[in-house]
Design a protein around this ligand. Structure first.
Ligand code: ADP
Length: 414
């Protein structure tokens, strides 16, 4: 079954076309700068690389271009759009309602629109992608996978903020958490690698990319995570501050900054960029630190210290931890960050094998020392594959689908 996974952002659409259940990527691509003068588009597949620079006014035109590229007689990978049986959409906010991936219906779309109140930058473009896909691929099963879904198991004691309770009832202010598809993917992958059932494992997963979050997973269920009502809370990120004393906001307001400016400062000008004054990219900061730049070194120290503090908290939350997983661009590729975060934690059962830590990049592997009580792993994240897997499962369960559960079982037995 061909499954198209779509990640529709405010001015971009990322996509991957999978052959499921083989989990094979047959094409992937990215359209950027939608709505600007020129929108660069790239697609890679077994039939080569396509690069187009054209004007794409909106998401609908964007998805049309993508589907034409996938089905192009010369460079495309499928003969007709009818071959695409399912489309899995990444949706950022599913509120408390969506605890897993779902079939998209008009009711689901209305809920996604409702939760745009909590994710104004993300849910509206996610919806645009859904509308366009329904228009151009009307025969395909459309599914939504929510960043928040994995965290709906977080108990109230970890999810509620200590503010008057009626704010939760009136406005649903609570910790929702994000990056759920990534935390779920790496946790599930480690269970496969260790040949253990996910319900036997307690894990701490660190997703460190431009956005960063850490999750405590008890017997397969998320029980706490560092991002909150929005993706601003928690760890230090590329341009986001993460945790701070909320009184700083009022202090800045007193100094004349308006709410929009403060929001922009905390989301776009803080984190690694704000601290270093130079870059939000960890690669640049590591190079600057090596060259003796004190602000880059400080930014990295603060990044790792905050991560270590959360790690300590989640070790206490879980009581027993089997493994720590690093993922995301920084988590997968940056040995220095892993060392600075975990060094000196032997007393807590964490010991890195420094040689393995230095050598393991962007591939699955263990980096803890043999015999260490808490194992440490790198697992490259693959949110798209998780979304494709969910879309495949939902499409397979649909009555009248040739690839029903019975048929897939038969195939597996071969
Ligand atoms: P996003 O959250 O946007 O998906 P990524 O997961 O790609 O972002 O992470 C981006 C971060 O990963 C950047 O800070 C970048 O410096 C870091 N990164 C990516 N590749 C490497 C690498 N080879 N070595 C060190 N850091 C890397």
């Amino acid at each position: 079954m061909k499954v198209l996974v779509i990640n529709s952002g405010s001015s971009s659409i990322k996509y991957q076309l999978f052959e499921m259940p083989r989990s094979e990527v047959i094409a992937r691509g990215l359209l950027e700068k939608i709505g600007e003068e020129i929108s660069p588009f790239r697609q890679k597949s077994g039939r080569g690389e396509v690069e187009i620079k054209t004007r794409v006014p909106d998401h609908e035109a964007g998805l049309n271009l993508i589907i034409r590229s996938i089905t192009d007689p010369e460079t495309g990978v499928v003969a007709s759009r009818n071959e695409i049986a399912a489309v899995g959409h990444r949706v950022v906010h599913g509120g408390e309602e969506f605890t897993g991936s779902v079939l998209i219906t008009p009711r689901v779309m209305a809920k996604i629109r409702k939760y745009a109140d909590l994710a104004p930058l993300h849910n509206p473009p996610n919806l645009m992608g859904i509308r366009a896909a329904r228009k151009f691929l009307p025969g395909a099963v459309q599914t939504a996978s929510f960043d928040t879904a994995f965290h709906t198991t977080i108990p109230d004691k970890a999810a509620l903020y200590a503010i008057p309770h009626h704010f939760y009832h009136r406005y649903r202010i609570k910790r929702y958490g994000f990056h759920g598809t990534s935390h779920r993917y790496v946790a599930r992958r480690l269970a496969e690698i260790l040949k253990r059932d996910k319900t036997e494992l307690n894990l701490i997963t660190c997703h460190l990319g431009n956005g960063c979050s850490i999750t405590a997973i008890e017997q397969g269920r998320s029980v706490d995570t560092s991002m909150g009502l929005t993706p601003l809370e928690g760890l230090v990120m590329g341009t986001r501050s993460g945790d701070l004393d909320p009184a700083i906001i009022f202090y800045l307001a007193d100094k004349g900054y308006n709410p929009k400016e403060i929001n922009n400062i905390l989301n776009k000008q803080s984190g690694l960029l704000g601290l270093s004054g130079q870059s939000n990219d960890m690669r640049n900061l590591v190079a600057l630190r090596e060259g003796g730049d004190p602000r880059a070194a400080l930014a990295i120290d603060i990044f790792c210290y905050r991560l270590r503090k959360y790690l300590g908290a989640y070790l206490a939350v879980l009581g027993r931890t089997d493994a720590i997983i690093f993922t995301g661009g920084i988590g997968e590729n940056n040995p220095l960050i892993r060392t600075l975060t975990l060094q000196g934690l032997e007393g807590l059962g964490i010991r890195l094998d420094e040689k393995r830590n230095r050598l393991t990049r962007a591939v699955e592997g263990e980096i803890s020392a043999p015999g260490a009580p808490i194992r440490v792993y790198i697992i490259p994240t693959n949110e798209e594959l998780r979304i494709a897997g969910d879309a495949y499962e939902i499409a397979s369960r649909r009555p009248g689908n040739a690839i029903g559960p019975a048929a897939s079982k038969k195939r597996r037995r071969k």
